[in-house]
Design a protein around this ligand. Structure first.
Ligand SMILES: Nc1ncnc2c1ncn2[C@@H]1O[C@H](COP(=O)(O)OP(=O)(O)O)[C@@H](O)[C@H]1O
Ligand SMILES: Cc1ncc(COP(=O)(O)O)c(N)n1
Length: 277
């Protein structure tokens, strides 16, 4: 049986983040990807020009359609945009018994664009965090959630502990927004074990979609039967590879290269920025 994963997220017209990144990531993992679209962004590598939300009932109908027929081994949430969609998604996930839920609390993109409205932050905390098997805040999202200014590894660890108390079973504080030696270092906390996840730092500004890709890869690995920590480690390795083959397109931050295995023999010929051999 092919594993099934579901992404509940927004569309990125530029194809680098959101649903587009998630479905490519699922495909790479040989997991069938299904989707529940929450909003449509007019977005490119430079920024977000416009966001149109779907009605909450339309989001729920997509989740129900997938779960009631195809089944869902693991799901992830990405850009949920507003409190109404968040409440509806939280209820639908519970009703459909989706236990392996990765919550990427999308609030601020790597480019610093705010992707959620203010009131929605409180709803995210009350409705979604307690349902998360794994919560994956970036540096800025972790700061917003726990109020700790994050500058050091110790700050990341304190934030992970603090956010764990809000209800998720595992917390992964991501270090893509950190500087110097902490760039690309993530902190994992499961309530007992604190672990630092480190691969290698990739020298690229083409980082659009790293967070979406990581949470989708975690969901894919959960769907494949891995434990939460093993899924997070495998996902980090995948993101690192995708960063190495990031696409140098657009005027801003280009997207990570999800399909690097298809071109890894001659990436330059296809316009890939090959940073490592
Ligand atoms: N330049 C980089 N080199 C290596 N890993 C990176 C780099 N930038 C981001 N990452 C990794 O990508 C993943 C996504 O993190 P991050 O970029 O912080 O998320 P978001 O896109 O939500 O802001 C994390 O595992 C992080 O460590
Ligand atoms: C529709 C949508 N969802 C999520 C993100 C965050 O992207 P990133 O993974 O770069 O933080 C985005 N820019 N657009």
């Amino acid at each position: 049986m092919i594993p099934i994963a579901l992404t509940i997220a927004g569309s990125d017209s530029g194809g680098g983040a959101g649903i587009q990144a998630d479905l490519r990531t699922f495909a790479f993992h040989r997991v069938h990807g299904t989707s529940a679209l929450t909003c449509v962004t007019a977005q490119n590598t430079v920024g977000v020009n416009r966001v149109d939300a779907l009605p909450a009932a339309a989001v729920v109908a997509q989740i129900d359609a997938v779960a009631s027929d195809i089944g869902v081994q693991a799901a992830k949430t990405g850009m949920l945009l507003n409190a109404e969609i968040m409440e509806a998604v939280a209820a639908a996930v519970q009703q459909q018994d989706i236990h392996q839920l990765v919550v990427d609390p999308v609030m601020v993109s790597r480019a610093g664009v705010v992707l959620i409205d203010e009131v929605a932050i409180a709803t995210l905390k009350t409705h979604l965090l307690p349902q998360a098997l794994i919560l994956t805040p970036n540096r800025y999202e972790a700061q917003i959630l726990c109020g700790i200014k994050i500058q050091t590894l110790e700050d990341m660890q304190n934030a992970a502990q603090n956010i764990f108390d809000m209800g998720p079973k595992n917390v992964l504080v991501k270090g893509g927004g950190m500087s110097d030696t902490l760039l690309g270092i993530d902190v994992w906390f499961d309530g007992q074990q604190m672990e630092t996840l480190k691969t290698e730092t990739v020298a690229t500004t083409n980082t659009h979609g790293t967070g979406c890709t990581l949470s989708a890869a975690i969901a894919a690995n959960l769907a494949l039967g891995k434990s939460p920590l093993a899924a997070a480690k495998a996902a980090k390795t995948y993101v690192t590879q995708a960063l190495k083959y990031a696409l140098d397109i657009g005027q801003g931050q280009g997207p990570v290269g999800h399909w690097f295995p298809l071109v890894s023999k001659a990436p330059e010929a296809l316009g890939f920025s090959r940073l490592w051999s």
